[in-house]
Design a binder for this molecule. Structure first.
Ligand code: 4AD
Ligand code: MG
Length: 463
């Protein structure tokens, strides 16, 4: 008998079809002479209700075993459901329990658990409604991202995780050390010489694939990366992770306007696709997590993003009557309270800020004629703040060399990056989307730790 995914059965299963499903028991309700068992296999938010009658040969045994969390296979025939809330249900003919879950110790029960508690059982939380919906939406976002770029002829390039260069020049890198675990087992951690490095040279976990993506863009014109990046910033906030995923397109023969146009079309495409593919999950977030989620998605898809310069944004913030915790002054970086105020209260939609002060941005951003600002752009989202950071890149060799030195960086390390400006340089631009921040924005989840399966933060990394 064909095993079917529950999402597909709920959508298109018809009465009298003989099917089998496999999954984990969400609830069991015993009545006189029969029982209801709800099974979930992760393919949908909803579970499939199965009706077990006492004439099943192993009825008593199954009832003892099929507790919340147990793994189960049920085969039978689909019948119209008498109850409310579901169209069809499965009349069981044969049931196998693969693995029991002791109801005394299994930590997930029918009641709602706090996200803090769920983080302490990271190995079981994917089996909850909310985290299940988050990871399905996360998957749909990833698929939409690949489709967007592939349809436009962008090449997906794989940039290294281990690198010698600090892309952002912010000194927030984790060092890589080649421990010899045969000589010194990890259990003797005190004996390990942590000053050892990567086969005699310094190496780090990448903070961004951008510099390597620029290499590839100088050969393939339009490329993108999609992979893990690492930041050794000790910030315990609801928007920062030590390990997060970033999507970084890079385009040759492109300026800042082209960069902004692509970023806007990109976000609109992702929201549209996820609404189409995950309607139940998105409805769930709107009902249970944040009742502005669907309106926000609609806003993103149907309104043009606001575009203004950093200088104009500072003027706006200086003359508003809101009291901020952090100072507002031309030359200082914006804090998330400022970013959110602009996106949530002034414009009520995403805002693209451009032309930031040179001294607060990275060395690779293209210097404007007045040299006071660079061709940078950040996209600020309601509730999140910065979701995308990008720029037109400095393509002039002499200016780039000057900027690297001015920031106290070593030009030797960036020799190959400078070479790209020696041989066939072109105006080019790109941006980086924080993938977890996108998923937060999409779902309304308030803590970034709850939109990645295995969060890495200063205070958590269980496995
Ligand atoms: O603004 P950032 O630092 O830009 C870059 O890394 C550029 N090299 C991107 C490029 O132009 N190719 O980071 C880009 C985005 C931010 O806007 C934010 O959404 C996310 O990455 N981000 C983080 N997300 C989670 N945890 C952190 N610690 C993050 N740091 C940045
Ligand atoms: Mg940034």
């Amino acid at each position: 008998m064909a095993t079917r995914r529950i999402a597909e059965v709920l959508r298109s299963g018809e009465p009298n079809e003989a099917i089998a499903v496999q999954g984990w028991v969400r609830t069991k309700r015993e009545l006189k002479g029969f029982a209801f068992v709800e099974v979930n296999d992760g393919s949908a938010l909803a579970s499939l209700q199965a009706v077990l009658n006492q004439d099943l040969p192993n009825y008593e045994e199954v009832l003892k075993q099929a507790n919340t969390g147990a793994s189960i296979e049920i085969s039978g025939v689909l019948v119209p459901s008498q109850g409310k809330g579901q169209r069809i249900e499965l009349q069981a003919q044969s049931v196998t329990v693969y693995g029991e879950a002791d109801p005394e110790s299994f930590p997930l029960q029918k009641k709602r658990h706090s996200f803090e508690f769920l983080r302490t059982i990271g190995h079981l939380r994917p089996r909850t409604n909310t985290l299940g919906a988050v990871f399905r939406v996360r998957n749909a976002c990833a698929a939409a991202i690949h489709e967007f770029f592939q349809e436009r002829g962008f090449l997906w390039v794989h940039t290294p995780v281990i690198t010698a260069s600090d892309c952002e020049g912010a000194g927030e890198m984790f060092a890589v050390t080649n421990l010899n675990l045969k000589q010194v087992p990890l259990t003797d951690a005190k004996e390990i010489d942590y000053s050892q490095d990567f086969f005699g040279r310094p190496a780090y976990l990448t903070v961004s694939g951008q510099l390597e993506a620029e290499i590839m863009a100088m050969a393939f014109s339009n490329v993108y990366t999609f992979g893990p990046t690492f930041r050794a910033e000790n910030s315990n906030t609801s928007r920062h992770l030590a390990e997060f995923w970033m999507v970084e397109p890079e385009m040759a023969f492109c300026d800042l306007d082209g960069d902004m146009d692509l970023a806007e079309a990109f976000l609109k495409h992702i929201f549209k696709t996820v609404l189409e593919r995950c309607p139940e999950d998105m409805e769930f977030f709107n009902q249970r997590i944040d009742d502005t989620v669907l309106a926000t998605a609609d806003n993103i898809i149907n309104n043009q993003f606001e575009r203004l310069t950093y200088t104009d944004a500072i003027a706006l913030l200086e003359k508003c009557d809101r009291k901020f915790e952090y100072p507002v002054e031309w030359g200082l970086d914006l804090q998330s309270e400022h970013e959110r105020y602009l996106a949530e209260e002034v414009f009520k939609k995403p805002v693209i800020l451009t032309d930031y002060p040179t001294q607060i941005k990275a060395f690779y951003m293209r210097l404007s004629d007045d040299e006071k600002t660079v061709r940078a752009m950040d996209i600020l989202a309601p509730k999140i703040g910065e979701i995308i950071g990008g720029s037109q890149r400095e393509e002039r060799l002499d200016v780039l060399e000057r900027r690297i030195k001015a920031q106290g960086l070593d030009p030797e390390i960036y020799w190959w990056y400078l070479d790209l400006r020696r041989y066939g340089t072109v105006p080019h631009a790109g941006f980086g989307l924080g993938f977890e921040r996108l998923v937060q924005f999409m779902t309304g989840m308030t803590n970034i730790r709850d939109v990645i399966p295995f969060p890495r933060t200063p205070l958590s990394a269980d496995f």
